[in-house]
Design a protein around this ligand. Structure first.
Ligand code: F6R
Length: 636
């Protein structure tokens, strides 16, 4: 594939194609695979595919399955080699990569079982070396890998080649990085359950494939993507060795591309059109880069940072500074529901109607208080009609120990105090817990109980924020109730439930999250459902008068130039929010979202994020607040 270098992509060392969505990127890769299989099938030859697991390739596999089922694409002559497997897991373990591949692809196409290779996670320690050599030999016997699919970990790993892996490495046993184990914690219901080792193809094995496609979605991958594409080759980021390959393409979505220079600082590499959006982005970036407040920037700051054009068009610095200061100042409001009887020409939210019907959408219980607990409290205090809808039950994130505590309590109460039926229910759940072990799938009773535990926490948290429990809706969207992490499938039933809620509440404003997240994550799917529902409700009267505010969540915040509404919190208000977070007791030991920041629990992380935003506003030269929650306007 030819790599066209333009002014904007001059810093990129790997051909990178940016797509509107993960689905669009997957179509390109599915086309390449389809073409190759068809050519090889016609020539009576085999096609050898290298495959990855994890969230990233799931949509690609769904597309390949669709082509097999609807367009007759045959995999009968395809041989597959997977990148890796957790060491110590049997092939039928729910989290083994063998099981993942069976569920996500192999069982749905006409691949011959003997043609699907995944490293053996149970091979005896003494036999690992030989088994890895055999794996390499099997790849060579098949004629080498024609197309290798890759995802990327936040450590920069490809396969499980963690930092420290050189370009010569071959298939071997490796130790997993702590960040990688933390990222897998949800799948394994706790970090302590994540295996410490894996068998993986080496970087050298990967580089030997004829063609490589690396896929990446969501903002969580943006930083590592920029370092891999624009940085120097280094063992600290093994994916950078892909720069050595002459037929490697990165197919990524907008969110994963957001930290590439051409996306985030395009003025540093070429001429750009200075729109309102790019101007705001550039000037706020300039202030942060130079460590100056907006009003202290001078012409030289602009000219020395690739922004001379902007100065010519909109300068001098003094004018630009004042304008951007005012724009930023106007994002600040203590009235997230709009201030009645006030001039709203420079306020983020309109004054009328008042009071408003405010709908807070929380993908799981906790996202609401954690990301906008202070705002919810304000909305309520200002007399707005606040509804909080929990899109999913969040039951997958409840450790078994919590269920055990609840049923032990019931059993201890005994038939004297609870009925025969309740007691027998409790003992049934106890037996199910014992039988399933640490990794078995939860029965419907266990999942239900876990969901109820989260409901009670959500109620308790909402009360802390001043919201009465009648204003809470537990939607229990079916995609989640019937699914498992990385394997969720959204259906019309989810969208219908969302439409029903919207048509009942008829909101004047909606607070939602999930935009730009990894497309298979719970927030992203919850947002996808909201978008589809909004499309269906577009004809309704309420829709025309409804503002949508995006909160970033769960472990991240909008950048300064993206913020359209900044709600400052006083120290007391912020402490109240933290109390609300504390009510989610089952989530104390869970890592919040992607846990990309220093803090490892949700209350410290909320402090880090909200107080961090306040510091940014302060440094830009605006008022100094204790904490700020922020939102971005979403155009429907
Ligand atoms: C999976 C693999 C890993 C993943 C990477 C990204 O076989 O080898 O390198 O591709 O950890 O994982 P996801 O896609 O879950 O973000």
């Amino acid at each position: 594939m030819t790599h066209l270098v333009s002014e904007l992509t001059q810093l990129e060392r790997i051909p990178t194609q940016i797509y509107e969505s993960a689905d669009a990127a997957c179509l390109t890769v599915a086309d390449a695979i389809t073409d190759l299989i068809q050519q090889r099938n016609a020539a009576g030859k085999a096609t050898v595919l290298g495959l990855a697991t994890g969230s990233t390739p799931v949509r690609l596999y769904r597309e390949l399955i669709r082509r097999h089922q609807q367009e007759g694409l045959s995999f009968a002559n395809v041989i597959t080699f997977n990148l890796d497997e957790y060491y110590g897991l049997a092939g039928d373990h729910p989290e083994s990569y063998r099981k993942f591949m069976q569920d996500q692809l192999f069982d749905h196409v006409d691949l011959k079982p003997e043609n699907t290779y995944v490293p053996d996670g149970l091979v005896d320690r003494d036999a690992v070396f030989q088994s890895c050599k055999d794996y390499e030999a099997a790849i060579a016997d098949a004629g080498g890998i024609d197309i290798q699919i890759l995802g990327i970990g936040r450590t920069g790993h490809i396969g499980f080649n963690e930092p420290g892996s050189g370009p010569e490495t071959l298939t071997r046993l490796v130790t997993l990085d702590n960040l990688t184990r933390r990222d897998a914690a949800r799948d394994f219901l706790g970090e302590e359950n994540v295996p410490r080792h894996a068998i993986t193809m080496g970087v050298g094995t990967i580089l030997a494939a004829h063609q490589l496609f690396l896929l990446a979605w969501g903002e969580g991958k943006a930083s590592i993507m920029a370092q891999t594409v624009e940085g120097k080759q280094t063992e600290t980021i093994p994916a950078t060795f892909l720069q050595q390959h002459n037929n490697c393409t990165f197919c990524i979505d907008q969110a994963a591309a957001s930290q590439l220079t051409r996306q985030c600082h395009p003025w540093l590499v070429g001429r750009i059109e200075w729109t309102e959006e790019t101007t705001r982005k550039a000037v706020l970036w300039l202030a942060q880069k130079t460590g100056k407040s907006l009003l202290k920037l001078v012409d030289e700051d602009y000219t020395e940072n690739g922004m001379s054009d902007l100065l010519v068009e909109q300068g001098p610095a003094y004018d630009l500074n004042i304008r951007l200061f005012n724009v930023t100042q106007h994002t600040i409001t203590g009235w997230p529901g709009g201030k009645p009887n006030a001039d709203d020409s420079h306020r983020p939210e309109r004054a009328t109607p008042y009071p408003k019907r405010s709908l807070i959408l929380s993908p799981e219980p906790l996202d609401d208080v954690y990301c906008l607990g202070g705002t919810i409290n304000r909305l309520k205090q200002h007399g707005n009609q606040v509804t909080i809808a929990y899109q999913t039950s969040g039951n997958l994130a409840v450790p078994d120990t919590e269920v055990r505590r609840a049923i032990e309590l019931m059993i201890e109460l005994g038939t004297d105090r609870i009925g025969e039926a309740d007691l027998s229910y409790a003992t049934t759940v106890e037996t199910q817990l014992n039988e399933k072990g640490s990794f078995g799938a939860d029965t419907s009773e266990i999942r239900q109980l876990k969901g109820l535990i989260r409901r009670s926490e959500a109620r308790s948290s909402a009360r802390t924020l001043g919201i009465d429990t009648e204003s809470l809706h537990f939607m229990d969207l079916p995609f989640y109730e019937e699914g498992r992490y990385r394997r969720f499938i959204v259906t019309q039933a989810d969208i219908a439930k969302m439409c029903e809620l919207l048509e009942t509440v008829k909101p004047h404003q909606i607070f939602a999250t999930g935009y730009g997240h990894d497309p298979l994550s719970v927030p992203a799917l919850s947002f996808e459902i909201l978008s589809a529902a909004l499309e269906q409700c577009a004809g309704s009267e309420w829709f025309k008068d409804c503002n949508i505010w995006l909160y970033k969540g769960p472990a991240d915040e909008w950048e300064a130039h993206e913020i359209d509404m900044a709600v400052p919190l006083s120290p007391d208000e912020f402490e109240n929010k933290i109390q609300g977070i504390y009510q989610h007791q089952t989530q104390r030991s869970q890592s919040p979202g992607r846990a990309s920041k220093k803090s490892s629990n949700s209350w410290d992380l909320a402090r880090e994020i909200n107080c961090g935003t306040a510091e940014i506003y302060d440094a830009l030269g605006l008022a100094e607040y204790e904490a700020i929650e922020c939102f971005k306007r979403y155009s429907k």
